[in-house]
Design a protein. Structure first.
Length: 187
């Protein structure tokens, strides 16, 4: 097992081209060459379109703030903090309208392969068939896998790029939004 712990506050933010927010790129795989997996946290400050990512599958979840309305042609999706992640084709660059002020959001993007992003259910073990897996938490808590544990501060990504062997569990000190992330690269 190769665990990587990334503190969001230690990652330099990058401004968006449209000026509507900033992104902190937390993890890409592979680390050299074109990525197949990208995990980031975005801060959206104002309304505007998302960037298009042709050939990319994208998961999006609101972490903090009232939420957003994403417009895909005639379809619209309203997302609040705590709602399930929305998965969509990255080539579709939805319009984004903030519901009541800025938001923080978690993004998982894949270019090939298979992935998932789902809410952590407190104190329930999580097993996954994905080759790599991770945890993103908005509050401090304790991660365990039966053999070891780590105390994680708020806004941390824990990532394991080795095949899953033990169930993971996460217990937060307060009501929190935490997400399990799984990824298997294209063959």
């Amino acid at each position: 097992m190769t665990l990587h712990q990334i503190d969001v506050n230690a990652v330099q933010p990058q401004a968006w081209r449209n000026g509507g927010g900033q992104t902190r790129e937390l993890w890409t795989w592979p680390s050299t060459g074109p990525w197949q997996l990208r995990i980031s946290r975005a801060d959206i400050d104002r309304d505007g379109p998302f960037s298009a990512f042709p050939g990319v599958r994208r998961w999006f979840a609101v972490l903090q703030g009232t939420g957003v309305e994403l417009q895909f042609g005639d379809a619209r999706h309203i997302l609040h903090a705590g709602d399930p992640a929305l998965c969509f084709d990255g080539a579709q660059a939805p319009g984004c309208r903030l519901l009541d002020g800025a938001t923080q959001d978690l993004n998982l993007m894949t270019h090939g392969g298979d992935a998932l992003m789902e809410r952590v259910r407190a104190q329930l073990p999580w097993t996954t068939p994905y080759r790599m897996r991770g945890l993103y938490t908005t509050a401090a808590g304790v991660w365990r896998d039966g053999a070891q544990q780590r105390v994680l501060p708020a806004h941390t990504l824990l990532w394991d790029d080795a095949p899953a062997t033990r169930p993971w569990q996460f217990e937060a000190e307060a009501e929190t939004l935490a997400w399990w992330l799984g990824f298997s690269p294209a063959k």
